[in-house]
Design a binder for this molecule. Structure first.
Ligand code: M6P
Ligand code: ZN
Length: 193
């Protein structure tokens, strides 16, 4: 079988900020995620009083989403909280559950939070230089628990697909909140399987 040759290329990553030049930029604001933070009243209060707020940005290197490719992007999560809960990404399963992912910490500090289909939750602390592994079958979300932007590089198989619906419906069973200045996992009161 013959496949059309793709031209090799490179991208320029700013290792301090996580910005990739000439990437596709996706911006997620609080209004995109208003039902994902556990304290929905706090989310509505922020939207009414401060207006919308940038939670995170994704800088994606444009590539075809197909088997054989290695998709890669950076994510920059801005510091802050909604109620007690730290700023975070939406989180997703891969549509193909058997696809893994690698994260490399670049700046700031946070957690990779993973959840199995059965609702088991794990937290992996991340900082600059951390290589965090998302094994097959785990939903994954990242959380900024620090006071500065948390940035990391991600790479995953091109045919993984993003399943957001499952997490949108169920949420994560545990949340990362600020308790006396410490990031702490607590049960999600809205959690249902
Ligand atoms: C990482 C990767 C991307 C993902 C992004 C933001 O860069 O896992 O695939 O899109 O984080 O996370 P989410 O899509 O859950 O909002
Ligand atoms: Zn993923």
């Amino acid at each position: 079988m013959s496949q059309a040759l793709m031209e090799p290329f490179s991208s320029q990553l700013n290792l301090e900020t996580g910005v990739i030049a000439q990437a596709q930029i996706i911006r997620r604001t609080l209004s995109d995620m208003r039902t994902m933070f556990a304290d929905r009243a706090a989310a509505e209060r922020i939207l009414a009083e401060e207006g919308d707020r940038l939670i995170y940005e994704v800088y994606a290197v444009p590539l075809p989403e197909e088997e054989g490719q290695i998709l890669h992007s950076t994510t920059i999560i801005y510091p802050g909280r909604v109620g007690d809960e730290f700023h975070m990404t939406k989180g997703h399963f891969h549509e193909k559950r058997a696809r893994a992912e690698i994260y490399v910490g670049l700046a700031g500090e946070g957690y990779l939070v993973l959840q199995s289909e059965e609702g088991e939750v794990r937290g992996v602390p991340m900082q600059r230089g951390t290589i965090a592994y998302v094994p097959p079958l785990w939903a994954h979300r990242t959380v900024n628990t620090g006071a500065t932007p948390f940035a990391f590089l991600a790479a995953w198989p091109g045919d993984s697909g993003h399943d957001y619906g499952t997490i949108e419906q169920t949420g994560f069973a545990r949340l990362l909140v600020n308790r006396d200045g410490q990031p702490t996992f607590v049960d999600n009161p809205h959690w249902r399987r």
